[in-house]
Ligand binder design. Structure first.
Ligand SMILES: [Cu+2]
Length: 629
């Protein structure tokens, strides 16, 4: 009896330990009093809610800025290639504030009545009761007071899921609740290109809300560009951070309070005003001298809008850009420096893209940087979204004779820079391990929440489902398809790509700016690309050193929060025992073991019977009878 009960005990212990799942890996949550400063570079960020004046509004939103700061932006961070970087993120956003998660009844009420908010009355009919709505809970905006951190464009450890660098395919989002602290530890590789990057929160459900509040900051990786610019005599350098906060007049008072906004309900709230601000100001002024080079390190940190960058002499901004725009030079994109400056007369930028821009004016005067011509391709193109607007003004003074030291020591066209990527690293066709298709589409079904719906390959985001796999060292071709009439900027974490092709079914005659949306140089490395409306982009991603569970998504953050994101696993995932997947096998094993145990016991009993009941005569007689037959 002892061996069979021992077997049963051992097998049930094994089953129980399987059922408990993987032992929880260490996480990087820390006690807020504990230090997080063991890196070569150490930073501390605090998320909180602050009120500050902006334009004619009193603005209240979630921010990394601190008491006394006159900007919504967080502190600038900097690291050198090869350094370790530790960031302590503290969440001081008060718990349980508004906005509450949108109730299903509110969606239902809104969707019943097509009108100014809902253009899409010709899609699936609404249902007769809110309880009949099809609800996709993970993709309804939520988690407003929790947060986390994304280092956008950096080639560092995966850090969307807990802990940093996780290889557990079931790992949950890093979600830092009010009052909690997290210690992010990164290793910036020696080969990392030096340039302009940025950081922002990335918790599914609250990314757009927190970015509308101003949770963003600039991040630099040291590189040769700054010294090389200084050597050319380029010293008039400014950041140019474009941002589209959601402002809303409340009770005719020029104030805005994100806390009372019913976040993203329908995503088409007409009461919102979305101006473009530059460095947190409406139409700020930059100054330079004739002949001097003005270096604008630009970041398009918009939540859900693209914009153009066109330079005009003031008063000429109504002229076609092909005739009247003043050319400028771009010397780097998305943190990667070019070897040679490229001349442009218009740039179309979408959320997350960075461009290193050099401007040089021959004549004194006043100039403007204009955003225009995007109507028809902006998200929904609804009233309330930014249309034509002056982003900034540039005043160019006469160069005084004694100030010739302000001039560069060579023409911009002759400047050469150390490229962020060696030209020998360009991806070749024979490097491509596989081709995959990624389709961005929207749904506008009035029987579903959230509304509208956002999909990648027909599916909304599911954090526990792994959608794509890749391996370090391999290059993968992705064919990005945009099935919608508005743009979706594609961003992939950890690794960069080169664009091979872009196209659209729309007419560049009807949408002249589309020609510039589709302008690309296959040698340029990017981490974000605008997938043209009703169009496509074919890209080659080079997977490098870091592995684990991460994501790619649309960088219109409201789209991402409502489903337009996919999980991506780089390298082999850790084995994780999933009870629901393995239950049939487990039941089979358990039943088999019980059966084996029963047989063992029965056999044991029968052996025991033979020992106690001795019937030699009967048995022998039976055998004799058979032998005689
Ligand atoms: Cu999108």
């Amino acid at each position: 009896m002892l061996p069979s009960s021992l077997v049963a005990l051992l097998s049930s212990a094994a089953i129980l330990s399987f059922m408990a799942g993987p032992t929880l890996g260490a996480t990087d949550f820390i006690d807020c009093n504990s230090p997080c400063n063991g890196g070569d570079a150490n930073y501390e960020l605090t998320a909180s809610i602050r009120t500050m004046p902006m334009m004619n509004y009193t603005y209240k939103g979630r921010t990394y800025s601190r008491e006394g700061d006159d900007t919504f932006m967080g502190p600038t961070m900097r690291v050198a290639p090869g350094q370790s970087l530790w960031i302590k993120l503290r969440n001081e956003i008060p718990m349980d504030l508004n906005p509450k998660q949108v109730e299903i009844e509110e969606y239902w009420e809104m969707l019943k009545k097509p009108g100014e908010k809902i253009k899409y009355q010709y899609y699936k009919e609404p249902v007769s009761k809110p309880e009949y709505m099809k609800v996709d809970h993970p993709n309804i905006p939520h988690n407003f007071d929790a947060t986390n951190l994304h280092l956008h464009g950096l080639d560092v450890e995966v850090h969307m899921f807990d802990p940093v660098n996780t290889h557990n395919p079931d790992a949950p989002h890093i979600s830092i609740e009010p009052g909690q602290c997290y210690c992010y530890r990164f290793n910036v590789p020696h080969h990392h290109p030096g340039g302009m990057y940025w950081y922002h929160p990335h918790l599914h459900g609250s990314t757009a809300l927190q970015m509308w509040g101003g949770m963003l900051g600039v991040f630099y990786v040291d590189g040769p560009l700054e010294d090389e610019m200084a050597a050319f005599g380029v010293s008039n350098v400014h950041e140019f951070v474009i941002w589209d906060p959601a402002l809303r007049a409340v009770h005719n008072e020029p104030s805005h309070n994100l806390e009372v906004d019913r976040f993203l309900l329908g995503q088409t709230t007409l009461s919102k005003i979305h101006p473009f601000l530059v460095n947190g100001k409406y139409n700020p002024t930059f100054t330079t001298a004739a002949g001097q080079v003005l270096w604008l390190r630009s970041l398009c940190a918009t939540v859900e809008n693209e914009n153009t960058f066109i330079v005009y002499r003031q008063g000429e901004e109504d002229q076609p850009w092909d005739d009247a725009a003043i050319p400028f030079w771009v010397v780097g994109s998305d943190g990667v420096t070019y070897q040679k400056p490229q001349q442009k007369h218009i740039l179309v930028m979408a959320g997350a893209q960075r461009e290193e821009i050099l401007l040089q004016f021959e004549e004194p005067g006043t100039y403007v940087i204009s955003q225009q011509g995007i109507e028809g391709m902006q998200f929904f193109d609804m009233y309330g979204h930014p249309h034509n607007q002056i982003l900034a003004t540039i005043v160019v003074h006469e160069l005084e004779a004694e100030k010739s030291s302000l001039l560069p020591n060579k023409p911009i066209t002759d400047m050469r820079f150390t490229p962020g990527y060696d030209p020998g690293e360009d991806i070749q066709a024979h490097d491509i391990a596989k081709t995959e298709t990624i389709v961005f589409t929207m749904g506008a079904n009035r029987d579903q929440a959230p509304f509208p719906q956002y999909y990648v390959n027909g599916k909304s985001f599911a954090p526990d489902r792994i959608d794509f796999f890749a391996h370090p060292g391999e290059a993968v071709e992705y064919i990005l398809i945009n099935g919608n009439h508005n743009v979706h900027p594609f961003h992939i974490h950890v690794n960069r790509f080169q664009i091979q092709e872009m196209g659209s079914e729309l007419s560049t005659e009807t949408y002249p700016v589309l020609k510039h949306v589709m302008e690309f140089d296959p040698s340029v490395w990017r981490d974000t690309v605008v997938v043209p409306p009703n169009g496509r982009a074919r890209i080659w991603v080079q997977y490098k050193n870091y592995t684990g569970k991460t994501v790619f998504h649309c960088h219109f953050l409201a789209h991402e929060d409502t489903g337009m994101m996919s999980t991506l696993f780089i390298g082999p995932p850790d084995y994780v025992f999933r009870l629901e997947e393995n239950l049939p096998l487990l039941i089979g094993v358990a039943v088999g073991m019980v059966f084996a145990g029963v047989i063992f016991v029965v056999m044991g009993c029968r052996n025991g019977d033979q020992q106690t009941v001795y019937r030699p005569v009967a048995t022998m007689n039976e055998l004799k009878v058979k032998a005689q037959d």
